[in-house]
Design a protein around this ligand. Sequence first.
Ligand SMILES: [Zn+2]
Length: 165
Amino acid sequence: MDYINMEHKYEYVSGRERPRGCIFCMAASGELKDLVLYVDDKVVIMLNKFPYNTAHLLIAPSRHVKDLRELTEDEVVALHRAISFSMRVIDETFSPQGYNLGLNQGRAAGASVEHLHFHLVPRRYGEYNFMETIVGARSVLQKPETVWRILKPKFDVLRGGRPHH
Ligand SMILES: [Zn+2]
């Protein structure tokens, strides 16, 4: 299944208003595998196809929740564990110097997908150079597909067990 082609299809069909399918629900059901690092009945962890930085992750509840306040306590715990585990793996792999963790809830807030999801963006000092500041280019060091191949085996240890702390 080709994620890029599907997205174009959605844009064509829906005029960009709303995707016909939800990428997080499709990832949770196993229908979508591209860039997906981990899935269980509570959480989905995947790489952003359009990253702001190397290893920009999207971490979502497996359930189609649109509002932070709709999460169950179990989901909150699972999401927190997923975020913590992801930070540990990214620390070991890419040694960033900081993180942005963000939630855009609602289209007015910039959410392009209504299914609740956190953005986890590793950050480093000095990663934005002069030209990037001028032209607004994203500081993408490695392609998501490349990062997926590096990270996927490290997230497989989550399967059938809880994230390590
Ligand atoms: Zn969904």
